[in-house]
Design a protein around this ligand. Structure first.
Ligand SMILES: NC(=O)c1ccc[n+]([C@@H]2O[C@H](COP(=O)([O-])OP(=O)(O)OC[C@H]3O[C@@H](n4cnc5c(N)ncnc54)[C@H](O)[C@@H]3O)[C@@H](O)[C@H]2O)c1
Length: 432
């Protein structure tokens, strides 16, 4: 049994703390947010993640997990604080630095420090180590330090914490092995050992791979609207090739990982990351494209109202960080459109009920593919809206059902509409 201090009790830190607490360790969770600390000490949670509430309640009741606003002596320290980007698209490492500084007075010989936050390459070596060195402990000899990126999917965090493979990058071999041994208390996936900088880059490359591929899909979507083809069908058929896996287009890329991490490479590669930077810009341009589609649809209508479906950065999560839907709605508001925003999961003061969002609307704008939206009944919607017009940026709605109720349906990336093609591709074109 070890005493572990987890710094940052958010989407990553809290599930990690709960896993260690449920697998034989005592965990002191630390967060600078007093409200979060109070919620956790009460046995509750402040984020929406399946099965987490029960785990935290159990661990707190058993005395295995407690929270505080300051760190304390422990055998291992895990830093999982935010690493957003600045307006200049550079990594903001201030929380990592503050968290590292806060543990320095508590470090003793034999301790292990693991950085889990996503960071630009060399952060562990160039930023974390000098701070930890202020403890006077000899790194590698007396103090073990590793970088271990987190690769879990929100909505499946507990399952993936256990089953995903992990990459552990030590500042030396003994640090890597110590971190591997600690994670082995609950990880069933393989744990691969490497150096800290390679581990940092591994995480960034994973998300950059996704971002660049989404940018390619988005570029195809923009081309389709000019060239007159259906991008969703074209991608579906292209992916029938055994070595092709084109991603899905959409209204932009959000979240605090895929939309952020590629910038960490761009920042550190100084001119070499040309493809990565272009991909970021393409994905960042998609909200403007959606706004233009909306403007075209609403031309000539007086005081139009838009019913927006979805505000989160992706489907079936409550997280709105870097969400393209947030950017699109802000821009539409700036342009003077009245909005009724409905999202069954997002926590935002802007959200209204579905009926309120729809009442008197001139356009439905679907921005997020929450499962719930598939159950919206077009005939009920038809009774509430002023004008039957719909833009689906995710291609999730059943176009025929909406058209049957008199809706004019526009789908992002459908340069040619399915009803215009010689044969119906509807079944073939449903891409999962
Ligand atoms: N959420 C994900 O799906 C995900 C996946 C992989 C990697 N990551 C990375 O993990 C890191 C954490 O992300 P998150 O989503 O858990 O963030 P989060 O914002 O949900 O939680 C971070 C917590 O850290 C706290 N905090 C800030 N400064 C602190 C400090 N000095 N000491 C103690 N606590 C402090 C904040 O109050 C907050 O509660 C980021 O680098 C992120 O990029 C996140």
């Amino acid at each position: 049994m070890k005493k572990i201090c987890v710094l940052g009790l958010g989407y990553i830190g809290l599930p990690t703390a709960a896993m260690f607490a449920g697998n034989g360790h005592i965990v002191a969770g630390v967060d600078v947010n007093e409200d979060i600390v109070a919620v956790i000490n009460n046995g509750d949670i402040h984020i929406n993640e399946p099965n987490l509430a029960g785990r935290v309640k159990e661990a707190v009741a058993a005395g295995k997990l407690y929270a505080a606003t300051t760190p304390e002596t422990a055998d291992a320290f895990i830093i999982s604080v935010p690493t957003p980007i600045t307006a200049e698209k550079r990594a903001d490492l201030s929380s990592v630095c503050k968290a590292a500084e806060s543990i320095v007075p508590h470090l003793k010989a034999g301790d292990l420090v693991i950085l889990e936050s996503t960071v630009p390459p060399r952060t562990t070596l160039d930023i974390l180590l000098p701070i930890l060195g202020r403890s006077g402990l000899c790194i590698g000899d007396e103090l073990l330090v590793a970088y271990c990126p987190e690769r879990v999917l929100p909505g499946k965090i507990l399952e993936e914490l256990v089953n995903n493979n992990r990459i552990v990058g030590g500042v030396d071999d003994s640090s890597a092995v110590a971190a591997q041994n600690l994670y082995a208390s609950f990880v069933r996936g393989e744990i691969f050992l490497t150096d800290a900088t390679t581990a940092e880059m591994t995480k960034l490359m994973e998300n950059t791979y996704r971002d660049v591929n989404i940018a390619l899909a988005n570029e195809f979507a923009l081309i389709s609207e000019k060239a007159g083809f259906n991008v969703w069908d074209a991608i579906y058929f292209a992916n029938k090739h055994p070595r092709v896996n084109i991603h899905q287009p959409g209204p932009g890329v959000g979240g605090h990982c895929i939309a952020v991490d590629p910038w960490f490479i761009v920042e550190s590669a100084k001119g070499e990351a040309r493809l990565i930077e272009t991909a970021r810009k393409i994905n960042d341009s998609m909200p403007s494209h959606v706004v233009n589609l909306v403007r075209q649809q609403l031309q000539g209508i007086s005081d139009p109202k838009i019913a927006v479906l979805g505000l989160t950065y992706k489907a079936n999560v409550d997280d709105c960080r870097e969400s393209p839907a947030v950017e699109i709605t802000a821009r539409l508001e700036q342009l003077g459109y009245r909005l009724g925003i409905y999202d069954p999961l997002a926590k935002s003061k802007k959200i209204v009920t579905l009926a309120e969002a729809l009442r008197g609307a001139d356009l439905l704008l679907l921005l997020v593919n929450h499962d719930d939206f598939g159950f919206i009944n077009p005939s009920r919607v038809a009774r509430l809206v002023r004008r039957r017009s719909l833009i689906d940026t995710r291609r999730v709605l059943d176009v025929e059902a909406w058209q049957k109720e008199g809706f004019n349906v526009t789908t992002l990336g459908e340069g040619i509409r399915r009803e215009d093609t010689a044969c119906s591709l509807r079944d073939a074109s449903r891409v999962n």
